[in-house]
Structures are given as structure tokens and as C-alpha cells.
Write a protein that binds this ligand. Structure first.
Ligand SMILES: Cc1ncc(COP(=O)(O)O)c(C=O)c1O
Length: 390
């Protein structure tokens, strides 16, 4: 591993402080490094591998699609994309969807669509967007512009203009920023990178009412918290509301790079010439989406998220109560976080040495975002290791 790491460090752009492990293969919820060491994975490639690694039906469907047609462009129709759009709109309650190559690109599309809707209906100049403190929406210029953490934004300024940041779960702070130039409000239904913060019901419902009253476009970012991670297909379904535009990625393709932005008919303001993507929604990635939806259904994946998610919650509560260094426990389904009174980098490093893969959210929170096929026994094994490390 040492040699490979040295080689990687000599030619990869150093945008990540990587852990010193080279992963080689995987199976279910287990990863193996190039020296054969086994790891239990509670990270799932940043909440991506919803069905775990090398799921046989998923892998078979991808192989079949590779043999048929990988790419064709959006100048033609293809059956997998139409089927994926049908699945996605039915599952999300949206009317139309555009497939992208990543979460950040889904955010770009959502922002463009909100601005176009506003311009169509109110003319130029009503283009301001309210985002949230501690939010994360991706690394492209538009997505980073609405990302709440200043250190992600500042080196790249000037970014897109007209963005302000409200406090998450503080409706008054959102209302205070609304002006006659406000076009959209964007937030994660459950904040991921910012430390696993779940939206309060009054907050989400209050924002929905505010947007309805002033015809402001409500964009919910479900890139991390969507596709079943919180126990419902999309996290906003816990609140009984619909966004106007929503975004998805990560678990949507189970490891194949694909994202989506979708909208209700009224907000479908992008027309031919307004937006596009060479790869977006090609037959290969949309075959992955179709396989994901089919397997969710046939294997009742959401039932497992709810059952094991509840168990994970109970076990993490035990740690929260018994450990002096744990200050808070938040989350829902298989998207939970433990906040510590110290930086968690060392804990994560030590866990890795013990064969447990975890991830941080911010500097002092550990995120637990395993695959949806995780079992209660896996949770017990993870807790044992974590307790030793703490
Ligand atoms: C909520 C949220 N939105 C957007 C993104 C960006 O997605 P991607 O890394 O696929 O561009 C992320 C990535 O972590 C995310 O968590």
C-alpha cells in the first residue's frame, strides 16, 4: 500500500487528506485493502452504496446494459432513461426530472430553473436566493455559492451574486432575509456535511407556507438524505410537504455517477436550449437507477433502513449516555451523527486501524451512513469497535 500511496501523492491533485489505505475490493458491507485486511463499512462511499457492494442483481443489470448500449446523448430517447424518469417522478411526487452526473450539477440545474421561473413570471432582477448556515451543496461555482461554510466559498469569490444565509431551523431568520428580490430558498431536508441536523417540522412547514405565500421557489436538496436514507424514499416525505424543485444523487445510482433535479410542472421553466449535459441520463447510469428502484421494491430495502436505523439509534443512545466525550446524538434512519467534545479525526483514524470505516461531518461529529443492507449484528460489531476506540 505504501508504494501505491506514494505514487498517488506524486500525481493526484491533493484536494483530500486521504487515510493511508488502498481499497481493492468489496462485498456486501465489507471492504478489503490491497493487503487483504477486512473492514466493516459504515460510510458507504459518502452515503452512496445504498445496496452495498457487488449486489448480484444490480451488478447483473449493469453488465447487461454495458453489452447493449452505454451512451447515446440526449438528442435521442433511450428506454432506461425514460423508465428511470418514470420511477423517479413517481417516487418523489415531482412531475419532471433531468438527470445529471453528480449532486453538484443537480444543484446547478435547480438554481438555474428557479431563476428562470422567477424571470419568466416577474422579470429581471428577482433572482436572490436564501441558503442556510452550515449547509453543503457541492463544489461547482453555483453549488459552492449556496454552501453555508465560508471557508468553502471565499477562495473562489466572486461567486454568483444575491445569496444570503439564514439559520437552519430558525424560521424568523429566514423571514428576515426575504425581500421583493427573493427568488428561491434552498436547504437540505437533513443537513449532512454540516453535522447531521434534522429539520424541525415547524421549520419545514413554515418555509413551505412562506414560499407559497410569496411564490418563492422551495428547493430541497436530497442528495445525501434522499433515496431512502432516512427511512422514507425522500426525507421531505416525513413532513407531508412537497418541494417545488428537489435534487438527488449518491444512493440514486449506487456508485454509478448520476444525479437528478426534478420539479413540479409549474416550475418546469427550463426549455430546449436552456440546459443540457453530454452524459446526463445516459442508458448506463439510468439502468443503474432502474436496478436500484427495482431492488428497493423487491427486497423491501426501506423496511431494513427503518428497522436497523431504529436499532442503531438505540445503540448510539447508549454510547451518548455512557461516554463523557459524546455531547449529542442526532439523525434518523441510517443517517445519524454523534457529536464529540473534541475533533473526531483521531477516532476515525483509530477505528480504521481496527477495521471500521467511519466518516466525519464537520470537525467534531462522526456520521453513521452505512449501506441499507446493514444488519443489527453489523451494528453491534461497529459499536464494540467504536467503544474500544473512544
Ligand atoms: C447535500 C449535498 N448536496 C450536494 C452534494 C454534492 O454532491 P456531489 O459530490 O455528487 O457533487 C453533496 C455531497 O456530499 C451533498 O451532501
Amino acid at each position: 500500500m505504501k508504494e501505491l500511496i506514494e505514487k498517488g501523492e506524486s500525481c493526484l491533485l491533493h484536494t483530500y487528506n486521504r487515510f493511508p489505505v488502498v481499497f481493492d475490493r468489496a462485498e456486501g458491507v465489507r471492504l478489503f485493502d490491497t493487503e487483504g485486511k477486512e473492514y466493516l463499512d459504515f460510510f458507504s462511499g459518502i452515503a452512496v452504496m445504498a445496496l452495498g457492494y457487488t449486489h448480484p442483481e444490480y451488478t447483473k443489470r449493469l453488465h447487461e446494459q454495458i453489452d447493449k448500449l452505454v451512451h447515446i446523448s440526449n438528442y435521442f430517447y433511450n428506454e432506461p432513461a425514460i423508465s428511470a424518469a418514470d420511477y423517479f417522478t413517481k417516487a418523489s411526487g415531482m412531475d419532471r426530472v433531468f438527470f445529471t452526473n453528480s449532486g453538484a450539477e443537480a444543484i446547478e440545474g435547480a438554481l438555474k430553473m428557479a431563476r428562470k421561473y422567477s424571470r419568466n413570471n416577474y422579470g429581471e432582477g428577482r433572482s436572490d436566493i436564501i441558503a442556510m448556515d452550515h449547509s453543503f451543496h457541492g463544489r461547482t461555482m453555483g453549488a459552492v455559492s449556496v454552501t453555508g461554510t465560508p471557508s468553502y466559498r471565499e477562495p473562489f469569490e466572486p461567486l454568483i451574486s444575491g445569496i444570503s444565509y439564514a439559520k437552519y431551523n430558525d424560521l424568523d431568520s429566514v423571514k428576515a432575509l426575504v425581500t421583493d428580490k427573493t427568488c428561491a430558498i434552498i436547504l437540505e431536508t437533513v443537513q449532512g456535511e454540516g453535522g447531521i441536523h434534522v429539520a424541525d417540522t415547524e421549520f419545514i412547514k413554515g418555509i413551505r407556507e412562506l414560499c407559497d405565500k410569496k411564490d418563492i421557489v422551495l428547493i430541497l436538496d436530497e442528495v445525501q438524505c434522499g433515496m431512502g436514507r432516512t427511512g422514507k424514499m425522500f426525507a421531505y416525505q416525513h413532513y407531508g410537504i412537497l418541494p417545488d424543485i428537489m435534487t438527488s444523487a449518491k444512493g440514486l445510482g449506487n456508485g454509478v455517477p448520476v444525479g437528478a433535479f426534478a420539479c413540479r410542472e409549474k416550475f418546469a421553466a427550463l426549455v430546449a436550449g436552456d440546459h443540457g449535459s453530454t452524459y446526463g441520463g445516459n442508458p448506463f447510469v439510468t439502468a443503474a437507477i432502474n436496478a436500484v428502484f427495482d431492488i428497493f421494491e423487491s427486497e423491501k430495502i426501506l423496511d431494513n433502513v427503518n428497522e436497523v436505523g431504529t436499532y442503531l439509534y438505540e445503540r448510539l443512545e447508549e454510547i451518548t449516555k455512557s461516554s463523557d466525550s459524546v455531547t449529542d446524538h442526532r439523525g434518523m434512519g441510517l443517517m445519524q451523527g454523534l457529536e464529540f467534545n473534541c475533533e473526531v479525526k483521531q477516532i476515525i483514524g483509530k477505528a480504521l486501524e481496527k477495521g471500521l470505516v467511519l466518516i466525519a461531518a464537520g470537525s467534531n461529529t462522526i456520521r453513521f451512513m452505512p449501506s441499507f443492507i446493514i444488519t443489527k449484528e453489523d451494528v453491534d460489531e461497529m459499536i464494540d469497535k467504536l467503544v474500544q476506540v473512544i
